[in-house]
Design a binder for this molecule. Structure first.
Ligand code: NDP
Length: 449
């Protein structure tokens, strides 16, 4: 992917000079700017207003110390982050990630992507993201609680129901959200919707847990129907990861009649040609936080292989990368294509490298970018915020129907935007253009900020 428009080239050059050490962020900026060229050419007023220079610079970045005591009484120090990237269309919204790989580049790339994703949902949410290099793996519940309390003690200064509403992401699930919420309430003496992904007993929304995975499949279903007059039924499907997104993507895929044959974690992958038994997976991953390798103890006919990227060598019709960024590289894309893959849709954020995406597009493979296809999670977070404001809850069917409708709309807005600019079928360009257009109009209306 390259940027040819001189104005966008200049903007990109400035980002490179300012932040040369942020490869993930630079990738995300390249991907977005290279697809927005026709819009910028149609709207010279954006250059006159310095719109793109402002768009690539976060409104605010907060980095803070998180000190906590482990079970041996030893003091540990981690780094916390919150990047409040863009609030043109609503309060900042985006998850918190706890993982040792977390750094400013990763949080900035995630926050930048989130701007466009949130805009695509049609709900009034700006873009933000945060997290810490804390590793929850192997920590006791008490250690997790102390860490979350220390993290929120600092974060609470910067968030609020009308300002910035974080949620979960990798390493931050229901347990962590509960501890974070409790600490905010204690500090502020206030019960308000400052986080989403909450438990159902204290303001959470039904279907939020399933939303990203289910939403991904609603998107895939619509995409197959419109672009290939087909459906997920009987399609051999490979899904990477075995966390929140992967498990519920697998559940909805199976409900739609697809045959899910593989899942993974960061150590390796399982291949079950008879179709994955999700009860077993849930018991391992959700029940006891175990490893995916344990699957073969219960289902001996399945295979376990070390090296998670090997999952892309399994022949399939549909591939859904749902683990993490940069997990599907050029050679993986080539293997999938050689084995006859028809559709690749991202459940994770930026799981495919830029050259892998380019190869899918050149080879005529249907490809959906995460900012469109995984937007179901944040969309349902938006629905959770609505319910919190109304002090009312919708039932599961109501939330699921709204989620379905939002995902179908995202597909059509994305598809139509690409078509309008002469790039029919290029959902990456379509998602960036559709998401950007609303943000650009709001930023222009609000003046130079
Ligand atoms: P979880 O922490 O629940 O699960 C992540 C899964 O990915 C784990 O199974 C983890 O295994 C596995 N994993 C991590 N690194 C690799 C790797 N290199 N190769 C294979 N597997 C790996 O996170 P989520 O499911 O919530 O998030 C997954 C992705 O989806 C992230 O990119 C996230 O940003 C994105 N996303 C999540 C949303 C949500 O609502 N949760 C919304 C939108 C996007 P292990 O246990 O070994 O670490």
């Amino acid at each position: 992917m390259s940027i040819k428009n001189p104005y966008l080239q200049k903007v990109y050059q400035q980002v490179c000079e300012r932040d040369p050490q942020q490869p993930e962020f630079l990738n995300a900026v390249t991907e977005v700017l290279s697809t927005l060229e026709p819009v910028i050419e149609k709207h010279p007023e954006f250059e006159a207003a310095g719109l793109m220079e402002r768009l690539v610079e976060p409104e605010r970045m907060i980095q803070f110390r998180v000190a906590w005591q482990d079970d041996n009484g030893k003091t540990q120090v981690n780094r916390g982050y919150r990047v409040q990237f863009n609030s043109a269309i609503g309060p900042y919204k985006g998850g918190l990630r706890f993982h040792p790989s977390v750094n400013l580049s990763i949080i900035k790339f995630l926050a930048f992507e989130q701007i466009f994703k949130n805009s695509l949902t049609g709900l009034p949410m700006g873009g933000g993201k945060g997290g810490s290099d804390f590793d929850p793996k192997g920590k006791s519940d008490a250690e997790i609680m102390r860490f979350c309390q220390s993290f929120m003690t600092e974060l609470s200064r910067y968030i609020g129901a009308e300002t910035d509403v974080p949620a979960g992401d990798i390493g931050v699930g229901g347990r962590e959200i509960g501890y974070l919420f409790g600490q905010y309430k204690r500090i502020k003496n206030e019960f308000s919707g400052i986080l989403t992904g909450k438990g159902l007993t204290y303001g959470g929304s039904l279907v939020r847990t399933q939303a990203t995975g289910y939403g991904l499949l609603y998107f895939v279903q619509e995409m197959l129907s419109v672009m290939a007059q087909d459906s997920p039924k009987d399609k051999v499907t490979v899904i990477s990861g075995s966390g929140n997104v992967a498990i519920y993507a697998a559940e909805k895929a199976q409900e739609m009649g697809a045959k899910v044959v593989a899942l993974s974690d960061s150590n390796g992958y399982i291949y079950d040609p008879n179709g994955i038994d999700l009860h077993v997976v849930k018991e391992i991953k959700e029940g006891r936080r175990g490893r995916i390798s344990e699957y073969v103890k219960t289902v001996p006919s399945a295979e376990y292989h070390e090296q998670c990227r090997g999952i892309w060598s399994i022949p399939c019709d549909i591939a859904l990368p749902c683990a993490t960024q940069n997990e599907l590289l050029l050679e993986d894309a080539q293997k999938l294509i050689d084995n006859g893959v028809k559709l690749v849709a991202e459940g994770a954020n930026m799981p495919c490298s830029l050259d892998a995406i380019a190869l899918f597009q050149q080879s005529g493979i249907l490809y959906a970018p995460g900012k469109a296809s995984n937007a179901g999670g944040v969309a349902t977070s938006g629905l959770e915020m609505c319910q919190n404001s109304m002090k009312y809850s919708w039932n599961a069917q109501e939330v699921d129907e709204k989620l379905h409708e939002i995902m179908v709309n995202i597909f059509h807005n994305t598809y139509d935007a690409a078509k309008e600019y002469g790039m029919e079928g290029n959902l990456l360009a379509g998602a960036n253009i559709a998401g950007f257009t609303k943000i650009a109009q709001a930023m222009m209306a609000q003046g130079i900020l």
